[in-house]
Design a binder for this molecule. Structure first.
Ligand code: PHE
Ligand code: FE
Length: 272
């Protein structure tokens, strides 16, 4: 189960495993595609193949439509080639990063339609579980949806909202929203509930679980509830929020959050 760590958890943690020595002030690095070993590519292919058996049944149609055009099944993709396609479609591009990055850098990239993708790949023994996001999670989980115009605009707004939340000391609340939407969100489709959250789409176990298991709650998306609900990063979610569409997500996150933050700050957080 891949869990991406939300913006609030990013930062200058000495335990982060990437190589930050060559990162610029915005934390961008060269992908250095030629430096991946054949073993890295083979492991990426194995991860890709496992998920490919699941996504037709459990991932949302927007994700499925986009992955087909990406030719990502033959190994770790070249970010520059994908960025070209992405830029033409929705104006987004990929920026290579050494791993988790500080909030300010993360939000600034999103606010400029740049999605940070970790360069390194997990080790073979982490096939089923990895704590920090790696290139497989970031690329496979997040990048395809950036080809959807509404999703792409929403994530851009989220990035701007993140910079604003930093000034309002509300990043923790906004990070919960990210968790329950961008990482672990479900969406209603004519065929039934499907996953659009990257943490689900890149997960070997939770992708089927989140759609079919009777145990977790699947609540209709509620902005204030998402902003208030704590989350667990080391197990399958016990609550998922289900949106009707990316348009709904865009619409419901459009209002000014300042009064909402001010009100929710006075209330206790909810347990998942
Ligand atoms: N509308 C939010 C604000 O005013 C910003 C935001 C947009 C947050 C989209 C999340 C998603 O702070
Ligand atoms: Fe993620």
């Amino acid at each position: 189960m891949t869990k991406s760590t939300p913006p609030e958890k990013s930062g200058s943690d000495p335990d982060l495993r990437g190589d930050y020595s060559r990162a610029g002030p915005d934390y961008a690095v060269e992908q250095d595609w030629g430096a991946y070993s054949e073993k890295d590519h083979a492991l990426f292919r194995r991860l890709f193949e496992r998920q490919s058996k699941l996504v037709p049944r459990y991932a949302c149609p927007e994700w499925i439509e986009a992955i087909g055009g990406l030719d990502a099944g033959s190994g770790i993709p070249r970010f520059d080639q994908v960025s070209k396609k992405l830029k033409a479609k929705t104006g987004w591009e990929i920026v290579a990063v050494p791993g988790l990055i500080p909030d300010i850098a993360f939000f600034t990239h999103l606010a400029n339609r740049r999605f940070p993708v970790t360069v390194w790949l997990r080790k073979p023994e982490e096939f089923d579980y990895i704590v920090e996001p790696d290139v497989f999670h970031d690329f496979f989980g997040h990048v395809p949806l950036l080809f959807d115009p509404v999703y792409a605009d929403h994530l851009h707004e989220y990035g701007k909202g993140g910079l604003k939340a930093m000034h309002l000391d509300a990043v923790k609340m906004l990070a919960r929203l990210y968790w329950y939407t961008i990482e672990f969100g479900l969406v209603k489709t004519p065929a039934g509930i499907r996953a659009y959250g990257a943490g689900l789409i890149s997960s070997g176990g939770e992708l089927a679980y989140c759609v079919t298991d009777p145990a977790p709650k699947r609540l209709d998306f509620d902005l204030e509830q998402a902003l208030r609900t704590d989350y667990l990063i080391d197990r399958y979610q016990s609550t998922y929020f289900v949106i009707d569409s990316f348009e709904q997500l865009m619409r419901e996150t459009a209002p000014d959050f300042k009064p909402i933050y001010d009100r929710l700050r006075t209330l206790p957080a909810l347990t998942p």
